[in-house]
Design a protein around this ligand. Structure first.
Ligand code: SAH
Length: 230
Protein backbone atom coordinates (compact mmCIF):
# COMPACT_ATOMS: atom_id res chain seq x y z
CA UNK A 1 0.00 0.00 0.00
CA UNK A 2 1.19 3.50 -0.75
CA UNK A 3 1.83 5.66 2.26
CA UNK A 4 0.55 9.19 2.48
CA UNK A 5 2.68 12.11 3.45
CA UNK A 6 1.57 13.29 6.87
CA UNK A 7 -1.04 16.04 6.75
CA UNK A 8 -1.64 15.67 3.02
CA UNK A 9 -5.35 15.15 2.31
CA UNK A 10 -6.01 12.23 -0.04
CA UNK A 11 -9.51 13.30 -0.98
CA UNK A 12 -9.36 11.99 -4.54
CA UNK A 13 -7.47 8.82 -3.64
CA UNK A 14 -4.44 9.97 -5.62
CA UNK A 15 -1.97 9.79 -2.74
CA UNK A 16 1.70 10.09 -3.61
CA UNK A 17 0.97 9.82 -7.30
CA UNK A 18 -0.61 13.21 -6.92
CA UNK A 19 2.46 14.59 -5.11
CA UNK A 20 4.76 13.29 -7.86
CA UNK A 21 2.45 14.69 -10.51
CA UNK A 22 2.52 18.09 -8.78
CA UNK A 23 6.32 18.07 -8.61
CA UNK A 24 6.45 17.20 -12.31
CA UNK A 25 4.08 20.04 -13.14
CA UNK A 26 6.23 22.49 -11.19
CA UNK A 27 9.39 21.24 -12.99
CA UNK A 28 7.60 21.73 -16.29
CA UNK A 29 6.50 25.29 -15.40
CA UNK A 30 10.04 26.14 -14.30
CA UNK A 31 11.37 24.79 -17.61
CA UNK A 32 8.82 26.98 -19.40
CA UNK A 33 10.13 30.12 -17.71
CA UNK A 34 8.21 30.52 -14.44
CA UNK A 35 10.87 31.68 -11.97
CA UNK A 36 9.05 33.00 -8.86
CA UNK A 37 9.62 30.38 -6.14
CA UNK A 38 6.56 31.53 -4.16
CA UNK A 39 4.34 31.09 -7.20
CA UNK A 40 5.79 27.64 -7.92
CA UNK A 41 5.21 26.68 -4.27
CA UNK A 42 1.60 27.84 -4.50
CA UNK A 43 1.08 25.73 -7.62
CA UNK A 44 2.61 22.75 -5.81
CA UNK A 45 0.41 23.27 -2.76
CA UNK A 46 -3.05 24.07 -4.15
CA UNK A 47 -4.91 20.78 -4.80
CA UNK A 48 -5.97 21.42 -8.43
CA UNK A 49 -7.67 18.00 -8.55
CA UNK A 50 -10.27 19.32 -6.09
CA UNK A 51 -11.20 22.21 -8.41
CA UNK A 52 -12.36 20.01 -11.29
CA UNK A 53 -14.78 17.16 -11.82
CA UNK A 54 -13.63 13.88 -10.23
CA UNK A 55 -13.74 12.19 -13.65
CA UNK A 56 -10.91 14.51 -14.79
CA UNK A 57 -8.88 14.32 -11.57
CA UNK A 58 -6.19 12.13 -13.10
CA UNK A 59 -5.38 14.97 -15.51
CA UNK A 60 -5.37 17.71 -12.86
CA UNK A 61 -1.57 18.17 -12.86
CA UNK A 62 -1.16 18.31 -16.62
CA UNK A 63 -0.27 21.73 -17.95
CA UNK A 64 -3.59 22.12 -19.71
CA UNK A 65 -6.93 23.90 -19.43
CA UNK A 66 -9.83 21.57 -18.50
CA UNK A 67 -13.63 21.92 -18.69
CA UNK A 68 -15.44 22.96 -15.48
CA UNK A 69 -19.01 22.99 -16.83
CA UNK A 70 -21.23 25.73 -18.32
CA UNK A 71 -18.85 25.90 -21.31
CA UNK A 72 -16.06 27.33 -19.10
CA UNK A 73 -12.54 26.11 -18.30
CA UNK A 74 -10.04 26.09 -15.46
CA UNK A 75 -7.03 27.91 -16.95
CA UNK A 76 -3.83 26.18 -17.93
CA UNK A 77 -1.44 26.13 -14.93
CA UNK A 78 1.27 27.93 -16.93
CA UNK A 79 -1.11 30.84 -17.58
CA UNK A 80 -2.17 30.97 -13.91
CA UNK A 81 1.49 30.94 -12.85
CA UNK A 82 2.52 33.57 -15.40
CA UNK A 83 -0.31 35.99 -14.55
CA UNK A 84 0.39 35.56 -10.83
CA UNK A 85 4.12 36.04 -11.29
CA UNK A 86 3.73 39.23 -13.33
CA UNK A 87 1.18 40.56 -10.84
CA UNK A 88 3.47 39.97 -7.85
CA UNK A 89 6.40 41.61 -9.64
CA UNK A 90 4.47 44.90 -9.40
CA UNK A 91 5.77 47.56 -6.97
CA UNK A 92 2.84 47.20 -4.54
CA UNK A 93 3.75 43.58 -3.75
CA UNK A 94 7.44 44.21 -3.06
CA UNK A 95 6.90 43.77 0.70
CA UNK A 96 4.20 41.07 0.57
CA UNK A 97 0.54 41.76 1.30
CA UNK A 98 -1.72 43.43 -1.21
CA UNK A 99 -5.34 43.39 -2.26
CA UNK A 100 -6.30 41.66 -5.52
CA UNK A 101 -9.48 41.54 -7.60
CA UNK A 102 -10.11 38.68 -9.99
CA UNK A 103 -12.75 38.83 -12.74
CA UNK A 104 -13.94 35.30 -13.63
CA UNK A 105 -13.88 33.09 -10.51
CA UNK A 106 -14.74 29.89 -12.38
CA UNK A 107 -13.50 26.95 -10.31
CA UNK A 108 -11.78 29.24 -7.79
CA UNK A 109 -8.34 27.81 -8.63
CA UNK A 110 -6.67 31.11 -9.58
CA UNK A 111 -8.13 32.70 -6.44
CA UNK A 112 -6.79 29.82 -4.33
CA UNK A 113 -3.30 30.23 -5.85
CA UNK A 114 -3.45 33.94 -4.96
CA UNK A 115 -4.80 33.28 -1.46
CA UNK A 116 -1.46 32.30 0.07
CA UNK A 117 0.49 35.01 -1.76
CA UNK A 118 -1.47 38.20 -1.01
CA UNK A 119 -3.57 39.57 1.88
CA UNK A 120 -7.03 39.71 0.33
CA UNK A 121 -8.58 38.18 -2.78
CA UNK A 122 -11.90 39.40 -4.19
CA UNK A 123 -13.37 37.55 -7.15
CA UNK A 124 -16.45 38.06 -9.34
CA UNK A 125 -18.25 35.40 -11.41
CA UNK A 126 -21.24 35.97 -13.73
CA UNK A 127 -22.53 32.33 -13.73
CA UNK A 128 -24.15 31.46 -10.40
CA UNK A 129 -24.27 27.75 -11.27
CA UNK A 130 -20.44 27.76 -11.30
CA UNK A 131 -20.10 30.04 -8.30
CA UNK A 132 -22.22 27.97 -5.89
CA UNK A 133 -19.98 24.87 -5.80
CA UNK A 134 -16.90 27.11 -5.93
CA UNK A 135 -18.04 28.98 -2.82
CA UNK A 136 -18.52 25.68 -0.97
CA UNK A 137 -15.14 24.39 -2.17
CA UNK A 138 -13.21 27.47 -1.06
CA UNK A 139 -14.88 27.39 2.34
CA UNK A 140 -14.24 23.65 2.82
CA UNK A 141 -10.58 24.00 1.83
CA UNK A 142 -10.19 26.88 4.30
CA UNK A 143 -9.31 29.77 1.98
CA UNK A 144 -10.51 32.39 4.46
CA UNK A 145 -9.17 35.50 2.68
CA UNK A 146 -11.16 34.99 -0.54
CA UNK A 147 -14.48 36.79 -0.99
CA UNK A 148 -16.58 35.98 -4.06
CA UNK A 149 -19.57 37.72 -5.59
CA UNK A 150 -22.10 36.87 -8.29
CA UNK A 151 -22.12 39.76 -10.76
CA UNK A 152 -20.94 41.06 -14.11
CA UNK A 153 -17.33 41.89 -13.31
CA UNK A 154 -16.56 44.04 -16.34
CA UNK A 155 -16.71 47.20 -14.27
CA UNK A 156 -15.01 45.66 -11.26
CA UNK A 157 -15.93 46.13 -7.59
CA UNK A 158 -15.82 49.94 -7.15
CA UNK A 159 -16.92 49.86 -3.48
CA UNK A 160 -13.73 47.98 -2.57
CA UNK A 161 -11.30 49.85 -4.85
CA UNK A 162 -8.44 50.60 -5.09
CA UNK A 163 -6.76 47.26 -5.75
CA UNK A 164 -3.03 46.53 -5.92
CA UNK A 165 -3.77 43.99 -8.60
CA UNK A 166 -6.59 43.03 -10.95
CA UNK A 167 -6.57 39.76 -12.91
CA UNK A 168 -9.08 39.35 -15.69
CA UNK A 169 -9.33 35.63 -16.49
CA UNK A 170 -11.58 35.92 -19.56
CA UNK A 171 -10.77 37.60 -22.87
CA UNK A 172 -12.07 41.00 -23.87
CA UNK A 173 -11.60 43.26 -26.88
CA UNK A 174 -11.20 46.24 -24.59
CA UNK A 175 -10.62 46.90 -20.89
CA UNK A 176 -13.23 49.25 -19.43
CA UNK A 177 -11.66 52.52 -18.22
CA UNK A 178 -13.81 52.08 -15.08
CA UNK A 179 -11.80 48.93 -14.29
CA UNK A 180 -8.43 50.61 -14.79
CA UNK A 181 -9.67 53.41 -12.51
CA UNK A 182 -9.84 50.84 -9.69
CA UNK A 183 -6.10 50.24 -9.75
CA UNK A 184 -4.11 51.77 -6.90
CA UNK A 185 -1.01 53.74 -7.81
CA UNK A 186 1.65 51.08 -8.44
CA UNK A 187 -1.07 48.54 -9.13
CA UNK A 188 -1.13 46.14 -12.09
CA UNK A 189 -4.00 44.84 -14.18
CA UNK A 190 -3.34 41.75 -16.27
CA UNK A 191 -5.81 40.60 -18.90
CA UNK A 192 -6.11 38.67 -22.15
CA UNK A 193 -7.03 41.30 -24.73
CA UNK A 194 -8.23 40.76 -28.27
CA UNK A 195 -10.73 38.73 -30.33
CA UNK A 196 -11.36 35.07 -29.47
CA UNK A 197 -8.84 33.83 -32.03
CA UNK A 198 -6.04 36.27 -31.32
CA UNK A 199 -5.56 37.31 -27.70
CA UNK A 200 -2.50 38.84 -26.10
CA UNK A 201 -1.82 38.89 -22.39
CA UNK A 202 -1.41 42.56 -21.49
CA UNK A 203 -0.11 44.10 -18.26
CA UNK A 204 -1.23 47.64 -17.41
CA UNK A 205 0.57 49.42 -14.58
CA UNK A 206 -0.76 52.59 -13.00
CA UNK A 207 1.90 55.09 -11.94
CA UNK A 208 1.69 58.71 -10.79
CA UNK A 209 1.94 59.94 -14.39
CA UNK A 210 -0.46 57.49 -16.03
CA UNK A 211 -0.72 53.93 -17.32
CA UNK A 212 2.03 51.92 -19.00
CA UNK A 213 1.15 48.88 -21.04
CA UNK A 214 3.31 45.84 -21.81
CA UNK A 215 2.58 42.82 -23.94
CA UNK A 216 3.30 39.36 -22.54
CA UNK A 217 2.52 37.21 -25.57
CA UNK A 218 -0.29 35.15 -27.07
CA UNK A 219 -2.84 33.31 -24.89
CA UNK A 220 -6.24 31.64 -25.24
CA UNK A 221 -9.13 32.33 -22.84
CA UNK A 222 -12.91 31.97 -22.90
CA UNK A 223 -14.64 35.32 -23.59
CA UNK A 224 -15.60 37.95 -21.03
CA UNK A 225 -19.38 38.26 -21.45
CA UNK A 226 -21.88 40.83 -20.25
CA UNK A 227 -24.69 40.34 -17.75
CA UNK A 228 -25.22 37.56 -15.22
CA UNK A 229 -26.81 34.12 -15.46
CA UNK A 230 -28.28 31.85 -12.83
N1 SAH B 1 -10.09 31.91 -13.02
C1 SAH B 1 -10.87 30.74 -13.34
C2 SAH B 1 -10.96 30.56 -14.85
C3 SAH B 1 -12.35 30.58 -15.27
S1 SAH B 1 -12.70 30.76 -17.01
C4 SAH B 1 -10.34 29.49 -12.66
O1 SAH B 1 -9.29 29.58 -12.01
O2 SAH B 1 -10.98 28.44 -12.73
C5 SAH B 1 -13.35 32.41 -17.03
C6 SAH B 1 -14.55 32.67 -16.15
O3 SAH B 1 -14.92 34.02 -16.35
C7 SAH B 1 -15.78 31.83 -16.47
O4 SAH B 1 -16.19 31.18 -15.30
C8 SAH B 1 -16.79 32.86 -16.93
O5 SAH B 1 -18.14 32.55 -16.56
C9 SAH B 1 -16.32 34.11 -16.21
N2 SAH B 1 -16.77 35.38 -16.79
C10 SAH B 1 -16.92 35.71 -18.11
N3 SAH B 1 -17.36 36.96 -18.23
C11 SAH B 1 -17.49 37.47 -16.97
C12 SAH B 1 -17.93 38.72 -16.44
N4 SAH B 1 -18.32 39.72 -17.20
N5 SAH B 1 -17.93 38.87 -15.09
C13 SAH B 1 -17.55 37.86 -14.27
N6 SAH B 1 -17.15 36.65 -14.71
C14 SAH B 1 -17.11 36.45 -16.04
Amino acid sequence: MMSLRHGQPDTAGLGMTSQRARDRLVDDLRAKGIADAHVLDAIRTVPRHLFIDEALASRAYENTALPIGCGQTISQPWVVARMTEVLLAGPNFANGGGKVLEIGTGSGYQAAVLSGLVDQVYSIERIDELLRPTRRRLRKLGYGNIRVRHDDGRIGWPELAPFDGILVTAATARIEPALLDQLAEGGRLIAPVGPSSQQELVCYQRDADGITESNLGAVLFVPLLSGTVR
